[in-house]
Design a protein around this ligand. Structure first.
Ligand code: FO1
Length: 323
């Protein structure tokens, strides 16, 4: 493991699913321990067979615990699907692949929520049991659900994403329940302690978007006195993973780091972009956003740690900037 960097405060990472989990894992590899707080999107959550499923929280948890399936980025390495097969025999839908081991997580989460525990407490218990030192923080404890507007109608997020394989053009999104949700006290505390805030290379619309839509959250970033940097999820005109490129295009945004920067422009100090996008550096500077050019694609675990380290060093150099 690399030498722990001298961190005076907390490194706060805003994350969605697989891309966010990879960068968070990079920071975890730097040995930050409890001084790493990952604020995770919960608007992809949904209910299936009476269970509450939190895909992004679990993806971050499994990745940091070292048990994620590297082939998919989500789910547990070596998991089996006997329960799912039996559910299929009972005639229940099986389009969402739930592994046998993964189901234990959903069973316990649902049990604890029924007992009155907050989602924040539940994930803390589960992640603690898996030996994760970092703080994995749901963005809120209230249920928020992403609904995707498409030509075939309004689709709950996982119906759009998994069941219909992101085939539908996205005309808009809304986050049901967001007006009643609030950042948790644990999220507030992490932001108060933050030395830097990093937006992971997650989908800006449906992964980071719900966090920014939480009442008060965006304002908080705008008024932050610590550096806020993002890692672009768009490289060479394409999304690193998932439908972010098509979604940005169909919603009228430029499919480039510039398009991403514009979505974050009111609070962002710096953007990490890939060498393929070097030509955009000046345009970013002209927007008042400092670019940092590197190999921004995480192919393996050492790439994650390298990119995290470079992002941390870059953000520190921005310290003292004024927005
Ligand atoms: N993504 C898929 O594309 N297909 C699946 O069947 C699927 C199952 C699944 C089960 C548990 C889990 O935690 C995540 C799962 N994901 C699956 C990923 C997940 O739905 C998406 O990656 C996120 O919601 C987007 O960030």
């Amino acid at each position: 493991m690399a030498q722990p960097p001298e961190v005076t405060g907390t490194v706060v990472v805003l994350a969605g699913g697989v891309g966010g989990a990879k960068l968070a894992h990079g920071f975890a590899q730097l040995g930050l321990g409890h001084r790493l707080a990952i604020i995770v999107n919960t608007a992809d959550d949904f209910e299936l067979y009476g269970l509450t499923i939190s895909p992004d929280l679990d993806t971050v948890m499994y990745t940091l615990a070292g048990i994620a399936n590297p082939a998919t980025g989500w789910g547990i390495l070596g998991d089996t699907a006997n329960t799912l097969a039996m559910l299929g025999r009972y005639g229940r839908p099986t389009w969402f692949w739930l592994g046998d081991r993964d189901l234990a997580t959903h069973i316990l989460r649902t049990e604890r929520l029924h007992q009155g525990a907050r989602l924040t407490e539940v994930i803390s218990e589960l992640a603690g049991a898996l030996g994760v030192a970092a703080r994995i923080l749901p963005m809120c404890d209230e249920p928020v659900r992403t609904i995707v507007h498409t030509p075939v109608g309004d689709l709950p997020f996982q119906e759009y994403f998994v069941r219909r394989r992101q085939q539908d053009p996205v005309l808009g999104v809304r986050f049901d329940g967001i007006e009643h949700a609030r950042p948790t006290p644990e999220v507030e505390r992490a932001l108060e302690e933050a030395e830097i805030v990093v937006l992971a290379p997650s989908n800006p619309i449906v992964s980071i978007g719900p966090l920014l839509a939480l009442p008060g959250f965006r304002e908080r970033l705008r008024h932050a006195t610590v550096p806020i940097v993002a890692v672009s999820p768009i490289v060479g005109g394409r999304a690193l993973k998932g439908p972010a490129d098509r979604m940005l295009a169909s919603l009228g945004h430029e499919v480039s780091p510039l398009g991403v920067a514009r979505l974050y422009q009111d609070f962002l100090d710096g953007l990490v972009i890939d060498v393929q996008d070097t030509a955009l550096a000046d345009a970013l500077r002209n927007m008042g956003i400092e670019p940092y050019v590197t190999d921004a694609v995480m192919h393996d675990e050492s790439d994650r740690a390298r990119l995290a380290r470079e992002t941390l060093d870059f953000a520190r150099r921005l310290h003292g900037v004024t927005r």
